[in-house]
Ligand binder design. Structure first.
Ligand code: GLU
Length: 469
C-alpha cells in the first residue's frame, strides 16, 4: 500500500501571509488534496521577539480566505519545547550531540583564524570529544560527520551534493535551553509524520543540516522540493515595491480567492499551456513533477486578467458570497440571494474586480436614483417625456416580464412615438441607473423587476416635468 502523503505549511508569524508563503502553502495543500493525504499547519513562533499573535491571526485569516484548510493543527512551536528537549537528550545519550562551553571570545578567535587562512568560518570541534556535562553557559552541538557527503534528492532541483567536511557542528540547543530552528523543524516534521516538504529555495541551505539530524535520529527522510522564489517583473526578488505583498490586500482589492490561487499556482507550476484552472481542476491535476525550475514572475496585469476571467466563469452563487462585503462597504445591505445572483450575471462580463462589480451594482439596490448631473441634462429632456409615458403604460400592461416581452413592448412604443431604440435607451438607462453606462438594457430591466422599473421611470417623468416648469 502506498503511504499517505502528509505535507505541512509552517509559517513564522512575523508578518502577514505574503505571496511567496501563500504559494508554498498552496503547493503543499494541493499535493495533499490531490493524493487524498493530509495537510498540517504549524506556527513557527520560536523567535519570541518577532512573533506576534496578530501575525498568526492574519496568516490564518488569509489561509481561510484562500480556502486552504488544514487537517491538523495549528501546532505552535512555542508549546513544544519539552518534545525538542527530549530529542536533544536522545542525541546526547547516543553520543551524536555534545555540550560545548566555548566562550564568545574563543568562537570569535576561531572565526578570525578561519578567515585569515581562507577557510570557512566554522566551529573547530574544541569540545567535540571532551565529554562535558551540562552547565549554565553550555550549548548543545550536533556531532556532524567529518567525512562523506550529504545528498538532497530534490524533486524540483535534482540531486544536490554537499560534502560533509563543509558542515559544522551546529548548535541545536542554546545555553538558555531553547532549541534552535533546524532542530525544532526536524523534530516537528518527524513527530508530525511529515513525509513531503515543499518549501522556498531560500531554505535549501538548512536542508543538509536537517538531513543529518534525521539520520542521527534514525528517521526516514521526507521527500524534499525547493521551489524557486517569486520575482518581480524586473527579476528582482518580489518585494513591496512591486505592489502589495500581503494576500489579504488582494482580497481587499476585489480578487476572488480562486482567481488568486489560480495565479499563485502558475507562478511555479504548469500543466501544458493551460492558464485557467478551477480549484477542483487544480486538485485533480497538481503533481510535484510539474513544478518548474525557473522562478515565477509576478505580474499584476496578468493577475487582473485572470480575475476577470474567474468572475466571468464562476457561478454567481460563488461570486455573491465574496461580493457582499464590497456592497456593505458601500453602505449597501445586500444578501447573497437570488436577486444578487441575477445582478451578478448582468455585471460579470464587465467587472475585472469585485470592487468594480460592487460599484456597478449599487443602482440595483438603491431606493432612490440620484442622476449624474451631466447625464440628466443630456438625456432626461422634455422631448422624451411622451415616449417615456408610453413606455410606462406598455410596461404596466405586461403580464410576463422577460426579455422577449420587453423587446416587444419597446418596439410598440418606438413605432407609436416614431423613434429608434437608440433614442430612448439612453434616457431609460439614466432613469433606471442614474448613469449612462450600465449592463444591457433588457437584462437589467428584467433583474430590477416590473415595480421598480415603473417607479423609476415615473420618477424620471416627474423630474422632466419639474424641469419644464
Ligand atoms: N518557518 C519557515 C518560514 O516561514 C518555513 C520553514 C520550512 O518550510 O521548513 O519560512
Amino acid at each position: 500500500m502506498n503511504k499517505q502523503i502528509i505535507t505541512r505549511f509552517p509559517p513564522s508569524p512575523t508578518g502577514y501571509l505574503h505571496v511567496g508563503g501563500a504559494r508554498t502553502a498552496l503547493f503543499n495543500w494541493l499535493y495533499a488534496r490531490h493524493t487524498q493525504g493530509k495537510f498540517v499547519l504549524r506556527i513557527e513562533d520560536t523567535d519570541v521577539a518577532r512573533s506576534t499573535q496578530a501575525s498568526t491571526d492574519a496568516i490564518l485569516e488569509a489561509l481561510e480566505w484562500l480556502g486552504i484548510d488544514w487537517d491538523e493543527g495549528p501546532y505552535f512551536q512555542s508549546q513544544r519545547s519539552d518534545i525538542y528537549s527530549e530529542y536533544i537528550e536522545k542525541l546526547l545519550s547516543t553520543g551524536l550531540a555534545y555540550y560545548c562551553t566555548c566562550s564568545r571570545d574563543t568562537l570569535d578567535a576561531m572565526r578570525q583564524k578561519a578567515m585569515e587562512t581562507g577557510g570557512k568560518p566554522k566551529y573547530d570541534g574544541t569540545c567535540r570529544n571532551k565529554g562535558l556535562s551540562k552547565t549554565d553557559d553550555a550549548v548543545v552541538r550536533f556531532k556532524a560527520p567529518l567525512t562523506g557527503s550529504t545528498i538532497i534528492k530534490d524533486v524540483v532541483k535534482g540531486n544536490i551534493v554537499i560534502p560533509n567536511a563543509e558542515m559544522d557542528d551546529f548548535i541545536i540547543q542554546r545555553s538558555d535551553g531553547v532549541s534552535t530552528y533546524n532542530l525544532a523543524v526536524v523534530v516537528d516534521d518527524i513527530t508530525m509524520a511529515i513525509n513531503t516538504v515543499i518549501r522556498g529555495d531560500d531554505h535549501v541551505n538548512n536542508t543538509p543540516k536537517q538531513i543529518l539530524l534525521y539520520q542521527a535520529l534514525n528517521a526516514p527522510l521526507p521527500t524534499f522540493g525547493h521551489v524557486p522564489m517569486v520575482l518581480g517583473k524586473d527579476r528582482a526578488r518580489l518585494s513591496k515595491r512591486h505592489g502589495a505583498m500581503s494576500v489579504t490586500a488582494y482580497r481587499d482589492m476585489g480578487y476572488l480567492p480562486d482567481a488568486f490561487l489560480n495565479y499563485l499556482v502558475r507562478l511555479g507550476w504548469s500543466y501544458g499551456d493551460q492558464e485557467f484552472f478551477t480549484k477542483d481542476e487544480l486538485i485533480d491535476k497538481f503533481t510535484l513533477e510539474n513544478i518548474g525550475r525557473s522562478p515565477g514572475i509576478f505580474d499584476t496585469d496578468k493577475l487582473l486578467a485572470l480575475n476577470a476571467e474567474h468572475i466571468r466563469k464562476s457561478p454567481p452563487v460563488a461570486v455573491a458570497r465574496h461580493l457582499i462585503p464590497f456592497l456593505k462597504q458601500r453602505d449597501c445591505e445586500a444578501d447573497a440571494n437570488e436577486f444578487t445572483q441575477a445582478v451578478i450575471l448582468t455585471l460579470s462580463v464587465r467587472s475585472k474586480t469585485l470592487a468594480e462589480m460592487a460599484d456597478g451594482a449599487l443602482f440595483y439596490y438603491a431606493s432612490k436614483i440620484t442622476y449624474d448631473a451631466k447625464a440628466a441634462k443630456k438625456f432626461l429632456k422634455p422631448a422624451i417625456a411622451e415616449p417615456l409615458n408610453l413606455l410606462i403604460k406598455a410596461l404596466e400592461a405586461l403580464d410576463v416580464f422577460d426579455e422577449p416581452s420587453l423587446e416587444n413592448a419597446f418596439k410598440t412604443v418606438m413605432e407609436t412615438a416614431g423613434m429608434k431604440l437608440g433614442k430612448i435607451a439612453q434616457p431609460v438607462r439614466v432613469a433606471l441607473t442614474g448613469k449612462t453606462v450600465s449592463p444591457g438594457i433588457f437584462e437589467m430591466i428584467v433583474v430590477l423587476g416590473q415595480d421598480t422599473v415603473i417607479e423609476r421611470l415615473k420618477d424620471a417623468a416627474k423630474f422632466i416635468e419639474n424641469r419644464q416648469t
